[in-house]
Design a protein around this ligand. Structure first.
Ligand SMILES: NC(=O)c1ccc[n+]([C@@H]2O[C@H](COP(=O)([O-])OP(=O)(O)OC[C@H]3O[C@@H](n4cnc5c(N)ncnc54)[C@H](OP(=O)(O)O)[C@@H]3O)[C@@H](O)[C@H]2O)c1
Length: 274
């Protein structure tokens, strides 16, 4: 079977850690050319030292900033001369009760997870249309089911999926495939950087990360879905069950989701003892 990624130019937003980094490693092995961004220059620098490949282009950009996205796309075009695939992966999460949460936490979630993808699509789409390539968004089960203490995160992933579905249909006869992929829980840095009620990184994870799907396995599933030009992909059985059951028994799923998140260590759903 021919290698679908050979010489393809792939943009990954948020490629310095977790799923984005795993995507980059696999794509380089598949002889793709990868352009990735992140905000933290130190993380980008150490990535360059770890992977000194001429097929890797790194760029410091905050996807929440429109002009950064424009500059990132332009720099990728200058470096590689075309764009085949855009993977909107950069994301942040949160963990706090809405009533206690600073509204900037919700704004920041939307700015990164939703607007970041919108800006990147806006600037990359004309180039991807020439290649009849693909646009992917890394969503979440939180994009199908509102999750407690994740109001900003769920809102941003619902918005992301709505945007991508609209775009998908607009582009149905253009040769460009648009898809979204919803991983379950994946071992990464996302819970450490998740914002608390005050908008600060919580710097801990309530989950045993060693028991979660690896970022490498998740990246493999994502690349398979893009190569097969799928419409969408829900990656875990728990995720598939949640989405399916929610269509028919949403009230029951509300209660199950509450119980699941209330059982997390230090869950904001449980009142703190005085
Ligand atoms: N891990 C999970 O359980 C899980 C489940 C479902 C969906 N997802 C989704 O998967 C995607 C990747 O998350 P991950 O789990 O791999 O998390 P991660 O390890 O925290 O990686 C997030 C990446 O995004 C970058 N990033 C964050 N904000 C950014 C911004 N404003 N501009 C540019 N880059 C930014 C980070 O780099 P800098 O900090 O240097 O900017 C980092 O490279 C996210 O969209 C997340 O919602 C994750």
């Amino acid at each position: 079977m021919p290698n679908p990624y050979q010489d393809r130019v792939v943009i990954i937003t948020g490629g310095t850690s977790g799923i984005g980094k795993a995507l980059m490693v696999q794509l380089l092995k598949l002889q793709a050319k990868v352009a990735l961004c992140g905000r933290d220059s130190k993380k980008i620098e150490s990535l360059r030292t770890e992977y000194p490949s001429p097929d890797l282009f790194t760029f410091q950009a905050d996807v929440a900033v429109e002009s950064d996205c424009k500059a990132f796309v332009e720099a990728t075009m200058n470096r590689f001369g075309k764009i085949d695939i855009l993977i909107n992966n950069a994301g942040i999460s949160m963990r706090a009760l809405f009533i206690e949460t600073d509204l900037n936490v919700l704004r920041q979630s939307m700015d990164v997870n939703f607007w970041g993808a919108v800006y990147m699509c806006k600037f990359a789409l004309p180039h991807i249309m020439i290649q009849k390539g693909s646009i992917a968004g890394i969503s979440s089960i939180a994009g199908y089911k509102g999750l407690p203490c994740r109001t900003g995160y769920s809102s941003s992933k619902f918005a992301l999926q709505g945007f991508l579905e609209s775009l998908r249909i607009e582009l149905l006869h253009s040769g460009v495939n648009v898809l979204w992929i919803s991983p379950g829980f994946v071992a990464s840095n996302i819970r450490n950087t998740a914002l608390n009620a005050q908008g600060k990184a919580q710097l801990e994870t309530p989950l045993d990360e060693s028991k979660l799907m690896s970022a490498e396995a998740c990246a493999e599933g994502i690349l398979d879905a893009i190569a097969n030009r799928k419409r969408s992909l829900i990656m875990t059985l728990q995720g598939k069950m949640t989405v399916w059951m929610n269509k028919f028994f949403p009230g029951m799923v509300d209660r199950k989701v509450y119980a699941h998140f209330a059982a997390e260590p230090d869950s904001p759903l449980n009142p703190k003892p005085l």
